[in-house]
Ligand binder design. Structure first.
Ligand code: PLP
Length: 393
């Protein structure tokens, strides 16, 4: 099966993995070194110290050779005992999957249903915690940015809800599609453990994932009895790297040190502002397209529209995969698909990672062309609106 060469760059506009900067690619082009030798340990330590600065934590960071799912699993195994109760609002494909994993690991998972187009009502979380007088709930687990729906949640408000109920539950956060894109402050926001991955805002290939862990969560780890071995934090802490039960993969750490350098050269707060600006341009385009009873924002709450991914909802009777196929086959632009049960109902524009105005405008131009070619109801002029915004904002 011969595929025809597509000239120019593949525009990768999936909400993860994301574009890898050239200097990160070059940094990872590294021959094997001894992972216990000083020259590698310097690179490793610099990468981890950088990760902690970007997370705004002084806690411990455990790294895994895994994608985000591995970090989810490791975090649950290291913090809980069989039968422990956790509260995990069902807000989309990823929170639902994390909850299913927790059930499989023998936790008692409370998954209140929410409107996926809005995410949870924070007052309902506060009420549930206030009603839990015996403190049976051991953790509140929140996906900061639901990559499947394009809904992001205000973590400080959820922290405030836990505090208002005077509840000792751990606050666990999945920051996989927010870290390095959306404002995130682990210590200030009272987050006890946070799960992240390498392939989104951190601009690395998939394959590394991590949990950053604060003091209170480390204490919970001391009491946790779920079976674990490869991902055991106690074993990891005893090693020089304070991570990894087996061989340490070296190449990703050269890449991570360089990615941290790039983010800090721009400034993490500037990185957040850039994502906001590019997301806002995307929203201007979608707002225009949504005229003529056409496509719409999947996220129905304007305050919760994500700065790293926009999910675009199809009008009834139209298939999002038709838009994606045209964008990919004809124009070499990879958009995100709808994830179960949103398959065919939405497509997703990723605007996270190493991204600038011309890349985004190229993607938005192709989305508008593809909507036209697929005969999807929409109003034209979305790209003009994005240009108007970017030219002045
Ligand atoms: N959580 C969120 C919010 C995600 O976006 C993803 C992946 O896109 C995951 C978890 C799962 O991570 P991975 O695909 O790296 O296993």
């Amino acid at each position: 099966h011969m595929t025809k060469r597509k000239p120019g760059r593949l525009f990768f506009a999936n909400p993860g993995p994301t574009n890898i900067p050239d200097s990160v690619l070059r940094a990872m082009n590294q021959a094997t070194v001894d992972f216990m030798a000083d020259d590698f340990l310097d690179v490793y330590d610099a990468a981890i110290a950088g990760l902690k600065r970007l997370l705004f934590t002084a806690g411990e960071v455990f790294i895994y050779t895994a994608s985000g799912h591995g970090a989810w699993e490791a975090t649950l195994q290291n913090l809980f005992c069989s039968g422990d109760r956790i509260l995990m609002p069902d807000c989309g494909y990823f929170s639902r999957t994390w909850g299913a994993m927790a059930k499989n690991l023998d936790l008692a998972v409370e998954m209140p249903e929410t409107d996926w187009r809005r995410g949870p009502d924070i007052a309902a979380i506060a009420d549930r915690l206030a009603a839990d007088k015996s403190h049976a709930i051991k953790a509140v687990c929140i996906v900061h940015n639901e990559t499947s729906t394009g809904v992001s949640l205000p973590l400080p408000e959820i922290r405030a809800a836990i505090d208002a109920a005077n509840h000792p539950a751990l606050f666990l956060v999945d920051s996989i599609s927010s870290f390095g894109s959306l404002e995130f402050r682990m210590a200030d926001w009272g987050i006890d453990a946070v799960v992240g991955g390498s392939q989104k805002g951190l601009m690395l290939p998939a394959g590394l994932a991590f949990t950053a862990v604060g003091e209170k969560a480390l204490q919970a780890h001391g009491r946790a009895t779920l079976p674990r071995f490869y991902f055991d934090w106690t074993k990891m802490r005893a090693r020089r790297h304070r991570s990894f039960t087996g061989t340490v993969p070296i190449a990703p750490f050269y890449g991570m040190r360089e990615a941290v350098r790039l983010i800090e050269a721009e400034g993490i707060e500037q990185v957040w502002r850039r994502h906001h600006r590019l997301a806002e341009a995307t929203r201007r385009a979608v707002s225009v397209w949504s005229g003529n009873e056409g496509v719409a924002f999947f996220c129905a709450d304007p305050k919760r529209r994500s700065d790293s991914v926009t999910a675009v909802k199809m009008p009834d009777g139209h298939d999002a995969e038709a838009v994606r196929a045209i964008a990919y086959d004809r124009f070499n632009v990879s958009l995100g698909s709808g994830l179960d049960p949103l398959g065919g109902k939405v497509f997703r524009i990723g605007h996270m990672g190493d991204l600038n105005e011309p890349m985004l405008l190229g993607t938005l131009g192709v989305v508008e062309m593809s909507l036209r070619l697929a005969d999807i109801p929409h109003a034209s002029g979305g790209v003009d609106s994005a240009i108007d915004y970017l030219a002045t904002a």
